[in-house]
Write a protein that binds this ligand. Structure first.
Ligand SMILES: [Ca+2]
Ligand SMILES: [Ca+2]
Length: 500
């Protein structure tokens, strides 16, 4: 089976246009089971047109999808890091139920852990679908054979950077914020989108689950010049309060990437960083648009559910931080859209209820008319797809390390760290989360109400297969002492008086 599909994909990539005509002549009868186009994006925060996070962003393709579908404007990640968020989403299990809190090598996670779960692509395969994947779906480049009928093997063209047209820290390949000089075809996201387009040109006998994993705007912030040209003028700064960390408890402070902020300030490079991030978002949007256009022009346009999500958000200087790895809004809020073209299945609009990416598994199951495995966490969003203003009673929970959880409902965020540190923010009056209200006596009731949603049981940390464990949590409490004694006092000297 695998061989046959690989051969077809290879053939199509050589003569796609010819085969497309063949597909049009054999347009499939409207099936009962929809196809699924599953678009995963890496590190994209709310700087997209349809979430309004930055006034200068240009994302016409995703904006168009958001308008046609349900745009979840208050969606949050399972964990603010690639690996635990993707494992949670793709196996349908919260970190506090699986024990998969930090980063893992997917293939090294013990079978006694993963064997209990069914990944989303495998779940679709087991229910009559063929699954196709490309790019970053799980964290890491390796894909497990049982998940996919076919998975793109990418060619590794070396990208050449033009740091003189942007900013780069030394010769760091990762900390580069500048245009590339390669042709479009050399870039991984272009190749991933092309694979998706090729799969959409195939004549499918079975419904398909097509996963397209876009890796920008993940570091390095590099992409073709054209997308930098779209953001050539002065870039507006995000709203930042300098002494914002003053009322944040120690574990929260440890999550701020103070050294990145300091470096960008010293190098006077924040604007280049912001420009490069916006350019990479537009580049991601361009490639997503290529796949969406191909779907629209395919025989599958009327029977393919599209789900688009980013694995977590991104700090761009807020809370003196860069990257993700925190439980603040910048890290947890994500783009999330579902579009179902089938008549009567969905009503377009914005859903402003707090939702979690953990809800994707059950929702896709409902849309495909197949039951999710019993263990799967989260609730189906099928009601919100039928009526975007339908209420949802449970908040979204984000986990970052065992013992650190943030609960987000429509108006509030409540965070509790493993050592008892707390934050409480009122989003209706303080969307930037500047004023920590956790110690306001008048809000004890609110805090209790939200705390009731904190996990009652915490799975022990799965220790085998960890590839990166960069959080201060219940299993690494000693790291906090080190942070307090060394990092904070050093940074305080350098950043003074900005952080205290
Ligand atoms: Ca990521
Ligand atoms: Ca503050």
């Amino acid at each position: 089976m695998k061989m046959r599909i690989s051969a077809i994909v290879f053939f199509v990539s050589l003569s796609g246009i010819k085969l497309l005509h063949g597909v049009e002549e054999n347009k499939p009868a409207p099936g009962e089971k929809p196809n699924v186009l599953f678009i995963a994006i890496d590190d994209m925060n709310d700087w997209v047109g349809f979430l309004g996070g930055h006034p200068q962003t240009q994302t016409p393709n995703m904006d168009r999808l958001a308008k046609r579908g349900v745009n979840f404007t208050n969606a949050h990640c399972i964990a603010p890091a690639c690996s635990p968020c993707r494992l949670g989403l793709l196996y349908g299990v919260e970190p506090f139920n699986s024990g998969l809190y930090p980063f893992y090598d997917h293939e090294k996670i013990p079978q006694e852990v993963l064997g209990k779960y069914t990944s989303l692509p495998r779940y679709f395969r087991e229910h009559g679908y063929q699954s196709f994947g490309a790019g970053k779906i799980f964290h890491g480049s390796k894909s497990l054979a049982e998940d996919w009928d076919d998975y793109l093997k990418q060619s590794g063209a070396k990208l050449e950077y033009a740091p003189e047209k942007g900013y780069q820290q030394g010769d760091s390949g990762k900390m580069a914020f500048c245009p590339t000089t390669n042709p479009l075809e050399d870039h991984p996201d272009y190749q991933v989108a092309s694979y998706g387009i090729d799969v959409l040109k195939l004549q499918h006998e079975k419904p398909f689950f097509l996963a397209v994993g876009i890796v920008k705007p993940h570091l390095a912030f590099v992409c073709p010049q054209k997308f930098f040209d779209m953001h050539a003028g002065p870039i507006q700064n995000p709203l930042i309060r300098h002494r914002d960390l003053q009322d944040v408890p120690w574990v929260g402070r440890s999550m701020a990437k103070l050294s990145d902020d300091l470096r960008f300030r010293t190098d006077d490079s924040w604007e280049q960083v912001h420009r490069s991030y916006l350019a990479c978002i537009s580049w991601a949007d361009f490639n997503i648009g290529r796949v969406l256009d191909a779907l629209e022009n395919s025989p599958y346009a009327d029977n393919t559910v599209v789900v688009l999500w980013s694995d977590h958000g991104y700090h761009q200087g807020e809370k003196r931080s860069f990257r993700k790895f925190s439980l603040w809004e910048e890290s947890t809020r994500v783009p999330f859209i579902i579009y179902d073209p089938r008549p009567g299945k969905m009503k377009s609009g914005n859903c402003n209820e707090a939702v979690s990416l953990i809800n994707i598994y059950r929702t896709l199951g409902d849309l495909a008319g197949i039951d999710a495995p019993e263990y799967v966490d989260g609730k189906s969003l099928i009601e919100q797809l039928r009526d975007p203003i339908a209420a949802l009673t449970e908040p979204a929970i984000t986990t970052w390390g065992r013992g650190n959880y943030s609960v987000r409902d429509d108006d509030w965020r409540y965070t509790r760290y493993f050592d008892g540190g707390e934050e409480l923010y009122n989003h209706s009056s303080d969307p930037q989360e500047w004023e920590n209200l956790a110690h306001d006596a008048a809000l004890i009731g609110k805090k209790k109400e939200l705390a009731a949603f904190l996990p009652q049981h915490e799975a022990p940390l799965v220790k085998t297969g960890i590839s990166l464990w960069n959080v201060v949590d219940a299993d690494q409490p000693d790291k906090l002492t080190g942070f307090q004694e060394k990092t904070w006092s050093q940074m305080k000297q350098k950043l003074k008086p900005a952080i205290e």
